[in-house]
Design a protein around this ligand. Structure first.
Ligand code: AMP
Length: 474
């Protein structure tokens, strides 16, 4: 497989051995509020990517950090008169709930910053020892970006541009260079309170800077070098640049990560969806009105590096696409459960189906081109639908297509409806019973009409050996 590497700005062969461990780190959240659809995009993309790799035989260890010590958490804790731990625990739980709702279940390990303080202190010590860091008494330990020759190599920034940090800048007038960043923030003991955590260190009580937790965590689990580092494109600079500078300075080894993958933004009206701009939709609010399948398809039908502009129109269009898939799956189930004698003999040309499977894999092998792979699914629907309406697909072929869709859905997670139904409305139950009667009388057209009617009402029938099963669709 080939992946676009931000570091080289080229697609490169992954060259990893199947069956051997592949290490992937993706920057996690700062749990101070509910996660929004922008977060969802990045995490759905990497979830599908990991599932694809695992499905292709790679043993992926997928690590994600949780930035559970941060200015924003402290601020939120103070406002709510809660401890920092209460805030971070609450929103970490909400995040995990959201990820569960979205079917994001591929992460091997979530590692909290506050549970890796000794590892963080050890890295700061080594950076000081090697001359890459300096202390500003009473303020903190800073990384001197002028000491790292290749600072700016990832974001392709010159030394001057490197001074032009855009997020979570560590302000101090005593810094050697404007772009220097805090590794350890010293805090007077008076600052330590319920909302504001500090830890002892060789330089005094304090807390870690933003970038150091990631390298401390990845060094602990992967060592100084690993395979793939991912995150949203906003993190490329200064965050990922700083990570590289820290770890490569400590270890003397190049590169921190062989591949750097950056996902595009979810925008709204052309602007990045974000908390600070106030233009966000919380994942939980979205899921109150829509199925998680809508989001997974919406995110994956665009290439992961391209931006997606969120709109109601896009949601509607995506729902219609899902309805097409549902209808197709419904018809396949129906065909599979038909009595043998009612079927005409017909063979789907083997090559046509095999070709779809191979196009699908080829698309994903090329920098995880999910829109191309999804186009293969719709092409299959287009080609098979006329055969289904002529009742001209054998049971075997139907089963093969369903098996193929199930394989794809291990990666995508939007093809098959998964919700459990607690209560099926009476009206729906009646339609189901009526359809069964039509089927017993071999009135297939009438049965099919009712299946469509149920689908229009949001219920998909799956015919199984133990009888028909209903699933709620989008
Ligand atoms: P944050 O908590 O803001 O550091 O974000 C956590 C992850 O979500 C990072 O990888 C961000 O790049 C990503 N992210 C945040 N907002 C968006 C967005 N609007 N579109 C895509 N990814 C985003």
């Amino acid at each position: 497989m080939r992946i676009y590497n931000t570091l080289t700005r080229k697609k490169e062969a992954l060259k990893a051995e199947r069956g051997k461990k592949l290490s992937l780190f993706v920057c996690g959240i700062t749990p101070y509020d509910f996660a929004h659809l922008g977060h969802a995009r990045t995490y759905v993309v990497f979830d599908a990517f990991v599932k694809y790799l695992r499905n292709s035989g790679y043993k992926v260890f997928y690590l994600q950090n949780v930035t559970d010590v941060d200015d924003k958490i402290i601020k939120r804790a103070k406002e709510g008169k809660q401890t920092w731990k209460t805030v971070s625990t609450r929103f970490e739980k909400e995040y995990l709930k959201d990820m569960g709702g979205l079917g994001v279940n591929s992460v091997s390990k979530y590692a909290r910053a506050t549970e890796n303080i000794p590892e963080i202190i050890s890295q700061v010590k080594r950076l000081l020892h090697k001359g890459y860091a300096y202390e500003i008494p009473g303020d903190g330990i800073y990384y001197d970006i002028s000491k790292f020759q290749s600072y700016g190599k990832l974001a392709r920034r010159t030394k001057e541009q490197s001074d032009d940090a855009v997020s979570r800048i560590d302000e101090s007038i005593q810094k050697r260079n404007k772009g220097d960043f805090a590794l350890w923030k010293l805090e007077p003991s008076a600052k330590t309170d319920f909302a504001h955590p500090t830890w002892p260190s060789p330089w005094g009580r304090g807390r870690p800077g933003w970038h150091i937790e990631d390298t401390a965590i990845t060094e602990k689990y992967f060592g100084p070098q690993y395979d793939i580092h991912g995150g949203g494109r906003d993190l490329m600079f200064p965050h990922h640049e700083a990570e590289t500078a820290q770890m490569e300075a400590i270890s003397g080894k190049k590169l921190l990560a062989r591949f750097w993958m950056h996902s595009g933004f979810l925008t709204i009206g052309g602007e990045k969806m974000s908390k600070s701009l106030g233009n966000f939709i919380a994942i939980q609010d979205f899921l109150k009105n829509h199925s998680p399948r809508v989001l997974r398809l919406l995110f994956l039908k665009t290439h992961y590096r391209s931006p997606i502009d969120y709109s109601e129109k896009l949601i509607l269009q995506t729902k219609q696409e899902l309805e097409r898939i549902d209808e197709f799956v419904g018809k396949l189930h129906e065909t599979r459960s038909m009595k043998r004698e009612t079927k005409k003999r017909f063979k789907l040309q083997a090559s046509r189906f095999t070709l779809h499977a191979s196009y699908f894999m080829k698309a994903l092998e090329d920098d995880f081109n999910t829109p191309k792979a999804i186009a293969v699914v719709f092409d299959l629907i287009r080609k098979v639908n006329p055969l289904l309406s002529r009742n001209a697909l054998s049971r075997k072929e139907t089963k093969e297509i369903l098996a193929f869709l199930h394989e794809m859905d291990k990666i995508f997670g939007f093809i098959f409806a998964k919700q459990k139904i607690s209560a099926v409305p009476n009206e729906i139950k009646k339609l189901l019973v009526q359809r069964e009667q039509y089927r017993e009388q071999k009135l297939w057209n009438k049965a099919d009409e009712l299946r469509k009617k149920l689908l229009a009402k949001g219920w998909l029938i799956e015919d199984t050996p133990s009888g028909p099963k209903l699933k709620k669709t989008v």
